[in-house]
Design a protein around this ligand. Structure first.
Ligand SMILES: O=P(O)(O)OP(=O)(O)OP(=O)(O)OC[C@H]1O[C@@H](n2cnc3c(O)ncnc32)[C@H](O)[C@@H]1O
Ligand SMILES: [Mg+2]
Length: 175
């Protein structure tokens, strides 16, 4: 059972490995998300995760594909970080979102004007590795949460949905 992750970003690869590593053989591949480099809504971010998962599931040797995507989404009170994941196994697909966090305006404004969150965060923190480690969520929670932990949470939702399906497939068909 081989699960291919649609990214080489260590924050994503480590999250998948922590959650799925006990039962799946893992590999990673750079695939196209098919959305913009900076997704600007929940819908676009979810679509990026889905397209990464589907692309991975079709690669040679794959039993399943998983996609994780980061983005931002505008709400009543400002711009939030959002994260989505998708798991594709055969013709089945599950998706789930992660926690959201309001970005301060001095970060949100350049992103609204077209800059990517990653470079903005690198400039603000003077840290080149910020997107692959704590991420913006780590910075703005003073280290209480990390980008990898947010992706781990999404992976648990995906693994759990797949487990529920596998355990209840027959019941679902009869219901
Ligand atoms: O190699 P991939 O998998 O693409 O890794 P990535 O870090 O670019 O991850 P995403 O494409 O899912 O990220 C989507 C957006 O999230 C942004 N992002 C980058 N660093 C971030 C950080 O520290 N915290 C949150 N989002 C970040 C990044 O600018 C992208 O525009
Ligand atoms: Mg990217």
């Amino acid at each position: 059972m081989k699960l291919i992750i649609g990214s080489k970003n260590p924050a994503k690869v480590n999250a998948v490995s922590t959650v799925f590593g006990d039962t799946w053989t893992l590999a990673s591949a750079v695939v196209d998300s098919g959305v913009s480099a900076q997704p600007m809504s929940d819908e676009e971010t979810r679509l990026g995760a889905v397209q990464r998962a589907l692309a991975c599931s079709k690669l040679a040797g794959a039993t399943a594909g998983i996609g994780l995507e980061g983005g931002v989404t505008e709400m009543d009170d400002g711009l939030y970080i959002c994260n989505w994941g998708a798991l594709a196994v055969g013709d089945k697909l599950w998706s789930a979102s992660g926690a959201k966090l309001l970005l301060p305006d001095f970060i949100a404004d350049p992103v609204r004007k077209g800059e990517e969150l990653g470079p903005v965060m690198r400039a603000f923190t003077s840290r080149q590795d910020i997107s692959t480690t704590e991420g913006a969520v780590g910075v703005f929670t003073d280290g209480h949460m990390s980008r990898a932990a947010m992706f781990e949470h999404i992976c648990l939702l995906l693994k759990g949905q797949y487990a529920f399906y596998a355990a209840n497939e027959k019941k679902e068909a009869e219901w």
